[in-house]
Design a protein around this ligand. Structure first.
Ligand code: AMP
Length: 463
């Protein structure tokens, strides 16, 4: 199938062809005709599915039809996003798709100065891509006006709710005209998303991609048991021994990620860290360095990595297991895309057995366990180990700094301030585990097709 039958304008088709998009992704094929017909859209899709074009192309087409000839313009489309990175990504995509249209895209997010954003708002905006917290600041100060909005998109709505943005979203939406088209995208149609849709949408048409949070069959998963204190040495050993081009390493905390990146650098492995404490400019620089190949290793927290358009990677390493089992799927989803082979390694300390058990329960399969010579753990991994509050397994954490005044949810959160989600609340940690991992460390490989989670929701990761 091509884009031609979907009803898009020649200017958009030209831009798509210049971007080398030949075939619509499933979410685009479903959503574009419905959105062009003016329906509200409730879409289950996450980053990597092509959802930005699914809402972006119809939005651009509608706005291009009646762009005022001259003069400063108030935003006619508002796209709410959870993170700065997603704002940049969405804005870049819209600029690329709309390169033959004369529409102005402006971003609003926290962690940077207000004045340049105020100046941009003054100059006139057609499409506003905004994080809810900072947008409220501009609304309260009178610099942003939403009374001309006719198109509203809530992108990664589940993530925005996870990050505590619901009150801000409601306040923003109270300033947007009722008469509008609304599109909401979320990884899942979980009840709170349906409730949001019910409150803010009119008879939305549901579109979704077949399977979410799936793990490609082409990925090899492996666990390397190791004592927590020796994880960094093992990581250096693995990365030094292998000549894989690009590696994404997941850590648990911001400080842990920084220390890891520093240690890898000391070992001669070019690395950059990305997490919520970094400024927007620092994060973008780190991502650019990784994408351009200047840095071979990107060390990230779950939240920082979410929403990033990271290319398909040959290798993902979990220095620490995620606290929420579904985040394992999100992390591993960075490799093995489009039929490419991929590898997922997890360094697991004995006290992380409970977390490993959670992941195996969710995958409905064990993961091959393979000790690395010289790094064998001092005791076996026990899958019935209780899950420590901080997940265990890494280097000791610094004590929490406590909540910082003036921070918006999700925008610059200090580490360790979020209460960990109760194990089992989403990760499926029901029955008590009964075996140590060594007891079933056999060759039974995870077979993604067999144990594919149907609709696990995205985890509430700490970053
Ligand atoms: P998204 O899920 O919107 O973040 O898109 C994920 C990636 O897929 C981005 O790098 C897009 O540029 C790319 N993409 C989106 N739609 C298509 C398409 N129809 N053909 C090829 N690439 C696409």
């Amino acid at each position: 199938m091509t884009f031609e039958p979907l009803g898009l304008s020649p200017a958009l088709l030209r831009a798509l062809s210049e971007s080398n998009y030949t075939t619509p992704t499933p979410i685009q094929a479903q959503a574009i005709p419905l959105a062009l017909a003016g329906h509200d859209i409730l879409g289950a899709a996450q980053t990597g599915t092509g959802k930005t074009a699914a809402f972006g192309l119809p939005l651009l087409q509608r706005l291009a039809k009646d762009t005022p000839a001259k003069g400063p313009r108030k935003p006619r489309a508002l796209i709410l996003v959870p993170t700065r990175e997603l704002a940049v990504q969405v804005s870049d995509s819209l600029k690329a798709y709309g390169r033959h249209l004369r529409l102005n895209v402006t971003m609003i997010f926290g962690g940077v100065g207000m004045q340049p954003q105020v100046d941009n708002l003054r100059r006139g905006v057609d499409i506003l891509v905004a994080c809810p917290g900072r947008l409220l600041d501009h609304l309260d100060s009178g610099h942003a006006k939403l009374d001309a909005v006719e198109l509203l998109v809530l992108d990664e709505a589940d993530r925005m709710l996870d990050m505590g943005f619901l009150p801000s979203i409601k306040r923003v939406l109270s300033r947007v005209p009722q008469q509008r088209q609304t599109m909401l995208f979320s990884a899942t149609f979980e009840p709170r998303i349906k409730a949001l849709a019910l409150e803010f949408m009119r008879n939305p048409q549901q579109v979704q991609v077949a399977a979410q949070n799936t793990i490609a069959d082409t990925i090899v998963h492996r666990v390397h048991p190791v004592d927590g204190a020796r994880k960094r040495d093992l990581l250096v050993e693995i990365l030094s021994r292998r000549h894989t081009d690009q590696v994404l390493v997941f850590g648990k905390t911001k400080h842990g990620c920084n220390r890891l990146a520093e240690q890898l650098e000391t070992a001669g492995l070019k690395s950059v860290a990305i997490h919520g404490n970094k400024s927007q400019a620092q994060r973008q620089k780190a991502l650019d360095q990784f994408k351009s190949g200047k840095a071979r290793i990107l060390v990230a927290t779950d939240v920082a990595a979410r929403g990033l358009d990271i290319p398909n990677l040959p290798l993902v390493i979990n220095h620490d297991l995620p606290m929420v089992a579904e985040d394992y799927v999100h992390r591993i989803g960075r490799t093995g895309r489009n039929g490419a082979s991929g590898e997922a390694l997890s360094l697991v300390a004995p006290e992380e057995g409970g977390l490993l058990k959670q992941i195996q329960r969710m995958l409905k399969s064990d993961i091959v366990m393979q000790s690395v010579a010289g790094f064998e753990p001092s005791r076996p991994i026990r899958l019935d180990a209780p899950i420590p509050k901080n997940g265990g397994g890494g280097q000791p954490r610094k004590p929490s700094m406590g909540a910082r005044p003036g921070l918006r949810p999700g925008e610059q959160k200090p580490s360790g301030t979020r209460a960990p989600r109760k194990p089992g609340s989403r990760g499926g940690h029901g029955k008590p585990a009964d075996r140590s991992a060594h007891a079933h460390a056999g060759p039974k490989q995870h077979r993604p097709g067999a144990g594919r989670p149907q609709h696990p929701s995205r985890g509430d990761s700490r970053a």
